[in-house]
Design a protein around this ligand. Structure first.
Ligand code: COS
Length: 385
């Protein structure tokens, strides 16, 4: 890949290239054989057997990483996979976001029970925060968790949950203290086959394993709480701090794929007696696409490096990276469609797929507007202290 590489080592760039090659040669055909909109278990297993999924998790939790989960490593894998198989990318990322809160805040029993199985691709994980009436305002969630002796009873609805309703384990956020907004939310671990839990798949603009969950008096033992009771909002936010830059890496991968396709098309396609690239309107657009993609990539890896280095302002840098990269990728993919013309609109064209796929990341894991809110609050923090 041409261009700057921030401070990535040769080894890190090789990992990204390995992920891309595996996606194109091994994982894309498995993804294509799956049922669109449902969990593709052979794909999750192939991510594990080819060594990618275990890299997300530390050795003590059944993975192959020498230390804690590394944001840069997550970004390298996501960017590489996205360039050749968005389905493989998403399957890997959802295992990470579903299992990370358990790793971060779970008891030893919960970690041992679930994380190695997720790392091996034997258990499918999910992160269940959003509700029909509460997406951006995550501190307002209503799904009730009522204490009854040594357990909780959970009742309510979650929606737009990746990997639902097929997941084997859910990290699910519920209200333990009514009226307390973000300070009354608790994180729970639920096995997918628990009594009283049911769900339905949802069909999106771009097929993705996602669904709605209904909890009808689901009983969860009190020792399935992650972290402290009423402190689950922090578990959710800390998870998003880690994964938001990597949403950026996902979309940078898509932008790169779109840019590569546009470069090839502009060099080979002729109009008015010359290749498209000889029209300045096209070549300058390609230059702009490449520049913005590189800027997004630099922000993503800078945010990931800040996270791994334990920098104090990672909430802000994560939000900035996600915001800038997702908006940039939308521009780059849309521009690549424009350069291709009508061919890119045909069902099944790689850009038709990317055009549908690039839209959702501007909404999930915090919309563009929520990222701006997070950044703006952080900018004023020193002035208010
Ligand atoms: N890490 C740790 N703790 C955090 C945190 C973070 N990144 N962000 C907030 N908190 C803590 C705050 O410190 C505060 O703690 P105290 O109660 O001790 O003061 C608590 O959480 C509540 O924070 P705040 O008052 O800022 O919460 P708000 O309800 O105002 O909401 C936003 C904050 C808007 C940032 C939050 O609701 C959000 O991120 N929404 C988007 C949700 C989202 O991404 N949904 C997609 C689901 S995943 S696909």
């Amino acid at each position: 890949m041409a261009g700057l590489h921030f401070a990535l080592s040769d080894e890190q760039r090789a990992l990204r290239a390995e992920a891309r090659a595996l996606a194109s040669e091994v994982l894309a055909p498995i993804a294509a054989a799956g049922d669109p909109g449902r969990v593709n278990r052979p794909l999750v297993q192939a991510l594990a057997s080819n060594g990618l999924l275990p890299r997300l998790f530390p050795e003590h939790a059944g993975g192959s990483a020498p230390g804690d989960i590394s944001a840069i490593e997550v970004c390298l894998l996501r960017e590489g996979l996205a360039q050749a198989s968005t389905e493989a990318e998403t399957a890997l990322a959802m295992q990470g976001i579903g299992a990370y809160p358990i790793l971060q805040s779970g008891s030893e029993d919960l970690v041992t029970r679930w994380v190695p199985a997720v790392a091996r691709g034997e258990a499918v994980a999910a992160f269940a925060l959003s509700e029909p009436e509460h997406g951006s305002d995550a501190g307002a969630i209503e799904l009730r968790a009522e204490r009854e002796g040594g357990q909780y009873r959970l009742t309510g609805v979650k929606t737009w949950i990746s990997n639902a309703p097929d997941a084997d384990v859910y990290v699910l956020f519920a209200r333990t203290t009514p009226g307390a907004k973000a300070r009354g939310v608790t994180a729970f671990v639920l096995p997918g086959d628990v009594a009283g839990l049911s769900g339905t798949p949802l069909e999106l603009l771009s097929p993705h394993p996602i669904g709605r969950l209904e909890l009808d008096g689901v009983k969860v033992p009190a020792d399935h709480v992650l972290g402290e009771v009423d402190q689950g909002f922090r578990v959710a936010m800390a998870t998003l701090d880690l994964f938001r830059p990597s949403v950026g890496a996902f979309v940078v991968g898509m932008a790169q794929a779109a840019l590569d396709a546009a470069l090839a098309h502009a060099a080979s396609r002729e109009a008015f007696g010359k290749p498209l690239r000889e029209f300045q309107a096209v070549s300058h657009l390609l230059a702009e696409m490449a520049t913005r993609t590189e800027a997004a990539r630099l922000m993503v890896y800078a945010a990931a490096a800040a996270y791994d280095g334990g920098a104090p302002d990672i909430t802000r840098s994560s939000a900035m990276a996600k915001l800038f990269a997702t908006e940039t990728a939308q521009f780059v993919v849309d521009s690549a469609v424009q350069i291709h013309g009508a061919a890119a609109l045909e069902r099944g064209h790689p850009l038709e797929h990317l055009y549908r796929e690039v839209r959702a990341p501007r909404i999930y894991e915090g919309t563009t507007e929520i990222q701006r809110e997070v950044i703006a609050r952080d900018l004023y923090r020193p002035l208010e202290a």
